[in-house]
Design a protein around this ligand. Structure first.
Ligand code: IPE
Ligand code: IPE
Ligand code: MG
Length: 232
């Protein structure tokens, strides 16, 4: 495939509807969604994508019923435990970004362990956005900048300086953002970082979004003309 995006990001949506359509509880959709994470990660590694980022849980998702939130956190915990060897075999560096202060100590410890063990893998970086929102990121960056810089430095700050305080510092902006399940909105995801990202909306629900669907989105991306405001 030519013109492979360096950074692909996915808003993984539609787990609840997938389960409901089968007369099951929402959590079954989340369980099945883990299989799609595995499939898309594999496809991304195979196709030479350098960064794959996944919106797994938003700051707003904390407002869901308690049982669903705790199941999602347990699922995250379990997936970390299960996937370590696959990540090592495939040279995948694992990173979690978001408001980590809201996660349990146990989950934070598991995340830290996984991040440390995979830190020097360099085939692909898999970023999981957990307890993340775009507005939160911009706010925390602004506060960090204000606490670090002198008033004069703060006044003279440029966009490239500010970006160093976002949790995504050092990670290239997404080239392609996929949202599944037919919804066509950003839902407070990478607001700053998606300034020039190409969007692909797929009607497929996340648990059904596997390698073929992932590759179809990559093909769609390769046909896009990115102009960045210029005349070509
Ligand atoms: C995406 O699926 C997973 C998370 C947001 C955690 P949803 O749970 O939003 O599924 P729908 O949109 O209700 O179908
Ligand atoms: C966006 O999905 C968040 C994640 C996929 C983690 P939601 O299902 O929470 O978004 P809305 O509420 O439909 O906008
Ligand atoms: Mg949803």
């Amino acid at each position: 495939m030519n013109n492979v995006p360096q950074h692909v990001s996915i808003i993984m949506d539609g787990n609840g509807r997938w389960a409901k359509a089968r007369g099951k509880e929402r959590i079954y959709g989340h369980f099945e969604g883990v299989e799609s994470v595995r499939a898309c990660t594999e496809a991304a590694v195979e196709d030479g994508v350098k960064y794959l980022s996944l919106y797994a849980f938003s700051e707003e998702n904390w407002n869901r019923p308690k049982e669903e939130v705790s199941t999602l956190m347990e699922l995250m915990m379990e997936s970390i435990r299960k996937e370590l060897s696959t990540m090592m075999d495939n040279g995948v560096r694992f990173v979690v970004l978001g408001n980590r202060a809201r996660l349990s100590d146990k989950l934070n410890a598991a995340i830290d362990g996984m991040m440390e063990q995979t830190a020097s893998n360099d085939r692909m970086t898999l970023i999981v956005f957990l307890s993340y929102s775009g507005k939160w990121d911009i706010m925390q960056a602004m506060k960090k900048a204000a606490a670090t810089l002198s008033p004069e430095e703060f006044q003279n700050m440029e966009a490239a300086d500010f970006e160093r305080y976002l949790v995504t510092a050092g990670i290239p902006d997404p080239d392609l953002l996929i949202r599944t399940s037919g919804e066509e909105r950003i839902s407070n995801y990478l607001l700053w970082q998606s300034a020039y990202t190409e969007f692909v909306f797929s009607p497929v629900l996340w648990p059904d979004f596997r390698k073929d669907e992932f590759r179809a989105a990559l093909r769609e991306y390769s046909s896009r003309d990115r102009r960045y405001g210029k005349v070509k």
